[in-house]
Design a protein around this ligand. Structure first.
Ligand SMILES: *Cc1c(COP(=O)(O)O)cnc(C)c1O
Length: 397
């Protein structure tokens, strides 16, 4: 790294791509007063390879979880060629970046123009629906030739996932049966999809959802072409050590066997979080300490909103350039940079008792739903990404 550390936010323009051996080197070189995402491309690639090797079907990456170009590249390096997309811009991003990739329009409610454009400009064939009117829209806007209509099935909320993704979308089983028949009758290929909710902590939930899927397929009496098991695969957080991915895959294999699917049916899943959460940490800086309150430069309107929405605790560790920090830990609250009093992370975080202004706090496991959700509120927008080629610290409390 050359010369003076850039302690001011890089002005506009494309993000500089910078490569470091570890996070400490990032701090030493940049002494950043703004939040810095430390991407681990090697880990992202490895995670993608591992997931693909374990899942009995095709793995689609859910782009909304982290659409950063370097994240996508790392996953592509790991073999991801299929993408769960939900809007025209996401589909354009994927199709224009990776000519050999396949995008699937997995949003159950689409603008007519988006259906038309994605079909016409990008040749999209797969469209998700959960209502008869949406089926009509897709058929009218695409012409209906060689289109695969995937019916999103509402699954039971078992309370095992941190987010319920069946409350807003998804056709109940009776309606799903009707929609499969309607799509089939109108000359479409068909498929079924569900999403059991994000950060699912119980592998058996997939098996249960598959059982429901089996019933719906049998009742519909329609030959489906694909079955999409959604996302929901968990990441490790400081307060959550979910069962290993192997257990999820075992339940999925068991569930697929239970329903005796025609082997020609293509099996998809659409993980977001499980592919990217561990592949990025966030460097924040302490701007002021008031007793047990630390005011840092990122918060709930930036990268850290998930810790407000749901019971997720990201692991933290202190980084100090000069001198050693105390080995005694104490709980501190983390306050975000905006003027909003709500901009405080709930709960407390264990940090060295002598943490002080100017120290950095590395927040780990922030690759999922972080930069994707960040706002410009109050002028604080985290947008600096660097590459780090180490392994991030294991999730710890
Ligand atoms: C958000 C979303 C995903 C990704 O979910 P994760 O829990 O992050 O794996 C997959 N499919 C759909 C339809 C989604 O909305």
């Amino acid at each position: 790294m050359d010369g003076k550390p850039d302690t001011l936010k890089p002005s506009g323009g494309p993000r500089q791509k910078r490569r470091y051996d570890d996070v400490f080197s990032v701090v030493r070189a940049m002494e950043p007063s703004y939040p810095v995402y430390c991407l681990r491309p090697d880990l992202l690639t490895k995670t993608a390879k591992r997931f693909i090797s374990m899942f009995p079907g095709t793995v689609l990456y859910a782009v909304k979880c982290n659409p950063n170009a370097e994240v996508l590249n790392a996953l592509y390096q790991g073999g991801i060629r299929h993408f769960d997309t939900a809007s025209l811009p996401e589909i354009a991003q994927i199709c224009e970046t990776y000519p050999d990739a396949h995008a699937y329009f997995m949003h159950p409610v689409k603008a007519r123009a988006a259906i038309r454009m994605t079909h016409k400009a990008y040749g999209i064939r797969h469209y998700v629906i959960d209502h008869e009117c949406e089926l009509t829209k897709v058929l009218e806007e695409t012409g209906g030739r060689d289109i695969v209509i995937i019916v999103r099935l509402k699954t039971e909320d078992t309370g095992d996932s941190l987010y319920d993704l069946a409350s807003k979308f998804g056709a109940p089983p009776d309606l799903a049966v009707e929609l499969l028949r309607a799509a089939d009758a109108r000359g479409c290929k068909t498929g079924l999809a569900f999403h059991i909710g994000s950060q699912c902590r119980e592998p058996k939930v997939y098996r249960k959802a598959l059982a429901l899927t089996g019933e719906v397929i049998a009742r519909a009496g329609v030959e489906i072409e694909c079955l999409d098991l959604g996302g929901g695969f968990p990441a490790n957080y400081a307060n959550a050590k979910p069962p290993p991915l192997e257990n999820y895959m075992a339940e999925i294999r068991g569930g697929l066997k239970d329903i005796g699917l025609n082997p020609a049916v293509e099996i998809f899943c659409e993980p977001g979080r499980a592919l990217v959460a561990a592949g990025c940490s966030l460097l924040t800086q302490v701007q002021l300490r008031k007793g047990e309150r630390l005011y840092i430069n990122d918060g709930i309107y930036g990268s850290l909103s998930e810790m407000v929405q749901v019971d997720i605790r990201m692991p933290v560790r202190l980084i100090r350039l000069k001198g050693e920090a105390s080995e005694t830990l104490r709980p501190f609250s983390l306050n975000g940079p905006t003027c909003d009093s709500l901009d405080v992370i709930p709960g407390t975080f264990e940090l060295p008792e002598d943490v002080r202004e100017g120290d950095w706090i590395e927040i780990d496991q922030v690759g999922a739903y972080s930069n994707a959700l960040a706002t410009h509120f109050n002028g604080f927008y985290p947008e600096t990404f660097v590459e780090v080629h180490d392994s991030p610290p294991a999730a710890e409390s």
